[in-house]
Design a protein around this ligand. Structure first.
Ligand code: SF4
Ligand code: SF4
Length: 227
């Protein structure tokens, strides 16, 4: 599948997700940004999408900000979500992840707002809460939304199976290189660079038994995307 087809699928998945989550009563609103931390992760496909958006809108300065403000203690995933699902399905122990909840705000956050909002990573998009996290100190997320989030993240990685997953700041810095973008577009990425991890296809979806029936309409929408 070529890169344009993958980007089209990504955009359609975002549309499906936004309609799905729009049916819930959520406390999320503009300028609520407690969830905008330095620990967001995403795929290279999303990084390419964001880079294209910045190029089109003439907002390339955000790349410089990301490089300058990338937090030294930001979360660096050891495995992708599909690898994690695979390890769990095989009863293998996943590597220990180190996430510092005090790593600070996302490097692009300005005045409590996201300058990339229409193309924000799925990891940001799927962070929702029924109650304001600033008041509760945690996100109050319906367990079914959590399951749907995993399924979307797994499918996103699946369509970017030749790419990488990493911290938002690391993927954007990777995409800033013309050579990396060209290799990515040509499907010719080499060895995984430090700080990123290899993506892989879906082998098993992380759907608990109590959600297997309820999630079918969402799964059908994802699987019926035609490009
Ligand atoms: S997830 Fe929490 S912090 Fe983020 S927008 Fe929603 S209520 Fe605000
Ligand atoms: S990319 Fe945007 S939505 Fe995501 S954490 Fe950063 S400021 Fe928040």
């Amino acid at each position: 599948m070529d890169l344009n087809a993958k980007l089209t699928i990504l955009e359609r998945m975002v549309g499906i997700y936004d309609r799905f989550v729009g049916e819930f009563d959520l406390a999320c609103e503009k300028y609520c940004a407690h969830c905008c931390t330095a620990n967001v992760t995403m795929t290279t496909l999303e990084g390419y999408w964001i880079f294209n958006h910045l190029e089109k809108t003439g907002e390339m300065h955000h790349l410089e900000t990301i490089a300058q403000k990338a937090h030294p203690d930001r979360f660096l995933p050891q495995v992708s979500i599909n690898r994690l699902a695979d390890l769990c399905a095989r009863d293998s122990e996943p590597p220990e992840e180190h996430l510092d909840p005090d790593a600070g705000p996302c490097p692009v956050l300005v005045n409590h707002a996201c300058p990339l909002y229409p193309v924000r990573p799925f990891g940001c998009r799927c962070m929702v809460s029924a109650k304001n996290c600033g008041e509760t100190g945690f996100a109050d997320m319906d367990p079914f939304i959590l399951t749907v989030n995993d399924v979307f993240l797994q499918h996103l990685e699946h369509i970017d199976a030749q790419g990488y997953t990493g911290n938002f700041a690391d993927v954007m810095q990777f995409m800033e290189s013309d050579e990396n973008r060209q290799n990515y577009a040509a499907g010719q990425l080499g060895a995984v660079p430090d700080g990123l991890v290899a993506n892989q296809p879906v082998f098993v979806l992380m759907i608990p038994p109590e959600h297997r029936e309820r999630i079918q309409p969402v799964l059908m929408q994802i699987r019926s995307i035609q490009v």
